[in-house]
Design a protein around this ligand. Structure first.
Ligand code: DOR
Length: 449
């Protein structure tokens, strides 16, 4: 807190600041966790950080992670997952409900919030799982403080949360107003094609089993149901140009996420090189589909980049396919991988901030986050756009202890994570104690104040 003799708690000096009107050389003053000054700042401060040569981005948000707690915490927990987030320059995460028990009622939801208190290194919110069991109560449950929205799985993946049929999905969409995030894979088609993965097959079959039509069909179905019920949806981790063509026609009702791994890796090489580590749902597809995702990103069809951080241990991944579980870690590598794409000219820094900050803030209707402007939370991701580093398994702070990018050299690196004025990470070191707090949303502000 500000001592009476200081004007600010923290001043970031001489950075290149990503302001709402563009990049500018400026200082930023922080008081009481909020941005309190911007420009040439002369006042006194308890702490000053020299940001010369660095770019100050608004805090990067990862709106899709699986941190496994409660449940299989040998893979990850809220402390380790958020530690990885902070080390990777992420200031806020939204965590998924396929934990054990599933996050589908108040006790399970409040238990997660309680577990995060004093252990989460970054700000956070949790999804509530939508299912036949709780559909009728979602209108009330979705407004629990700390809830970012509803999540539904149309196709079976990790955990037991499945809402495969139209009637269940329709019931979920009919109740409530908040964002419904959708994992769109058609479960019937997955079941029909399961014979493809019988007995001793290689993991490279994964995108063949979970083929383009598995995804296209589910996305088409959920778009139809969203239209029918008038409910806005957010379709996660899109992997095909076929879905992008559909989604481009429904921008008024459906927002779109892609992941860094679907933009970076491609079949068949990824399966040949890293085997089951590349296995996730929906799958990494071929270079043609990867190009289609980049085209959709450039065309404005994509709204958000989220990591779908889904850690499993290397022992679990070493089981023969298809016993090997689907999912890969990604919360710590989202910023470096995407900055490298900026360095290589695939997207602009402005578009990256749009996808990782403004997109989540707008779509989930976050309060006081998403902009470097007076009165907003003082959340910043400090990056060195010129720094070249090699991503390694040993750098990974996730309990799973690996990354699909081990050995990859990237240009652009997160060097500071500041959350509501607390310097949580500087030069790869975590500082202080975990101060992460639940995010506030426009709809639920009153519940907090
Ligand atoms: O590959 C995946 N892993 N996809 C999902 O939808 C779930 C995730 C997990 O939780 O492991």
């Amino acid at each position: 807190m500000t001592s009476p003799k200081d004007d600010f708690d923290l001043i970031l000096k001489n950075g290149r600041v990503f302001s709402p009107s563009g990049l500018l050389e400026a200082d930023i003053g922080v008081r009481g966790g909020k941005i309190a000054g911007m420009g040439s700042i002369a006042g006194s401060s308890r702490q000053t950080m020299d940001c010369r040569g660095l770019t100050v981005l608004p805090g990067m948000i990862d709106s899709q992670v699986h941190f496994r707690e409660p449940g299989p915490v040998h893979k990850e927990n809220l402390e380790s997952g958020s530690r990885a987030a902070a080390l990777g320059g992420i200031t806020t995460f939204f965590e998924m409900p396929n934990t054990n028990p599933l996050t589908i009622d108040e006790p399970a939801f409040n238990d997660k919030l309680a577990r995060a208190k004093g252990r989460a290194w970054t700000d956070h919110a949790f999804y509530l799982g939508g299912s036949a069991a709780n559909a009728e109560r979602l209108g009330e449950l979705e407004n629990m403080p700390g809830c970012c929205g509803i999540k539904i799985f149309m196709g079976a993946s990790t955990g037991d949360l499945l809402s495969a049929d139209d009637d269940t999905i329709r019931e979920i969409l009919r109740h409530g107003k908040r964002v419904v995030a959708v994992h769109a894979e058609d479960n019937d088609r997955l079941d029909e094609r399961k014979h493809l993965i019988d007995g001793g097959v290689d993991v490279s079959i994964h995108p063949e089993w979970r083929d383009v039509e598995v995804c296209r069909r589910a996305t088409e179905r959920v778009l139809r149901l969203a239209r029918e019920t008038g409910r806005r949806i957010h379709v996660l981790h899109i992997t095909t140009g076929e879905e992008m063509a559909l989604l481009a026609e429904h921008k008024d009702i459906a927002s779109v996420e892609v992941t860094p791994q679907h933009l970076t890796l491609a079949a068949p090489d990824c399966y040949a090189e890293i085997g089951t580590r590349a296995q996730m749902n929906p799958p990494i597809r071929d270079d043609g589909q990867r190009t289609a995702l980049w085209k959709a990103l450039a065309a404005g069809v994509v709204d958000i980049i989220g990591s779908d951080h889904a850690p499993h241990t290397l022992d679990e991944k070493a089981q023969p396919y298809p016993e090997s579980p689907s999912g890969m870690p990604g919360v710590q590598t989202l910023v470096p991988i995407m900055l490298n794409h900026v360095a290589e000219g695939r997207l602009t820094l402005e578009r990256l901030v749009d996808l990782c900050v403004s997109g989540p803030a707008r779509i989930f209707r976050m309060a006081a986050k998403g902009r470097i402007a007076l009165g907003y939370d003082a959340d910043f991701t400090l990056v060195d756009l010129n720094r070249t580093e090699t991503i390694t398994d040993t750098w990974s702070a996730s309990k799973s202890g690996w990354t699909p990018y081990d050995g990859m050299q990237v240009t652009g690196w997160p060097v500071g994570t500041i959350i509501r004025g607390h310097v949580v990470m500087r030069d790869g070191e975590l500082l202080g104690d975990p101060i992460g707090a639940p995010v506030r949303f426009q709809e639920t502000i009153a519940a907090w104040d």
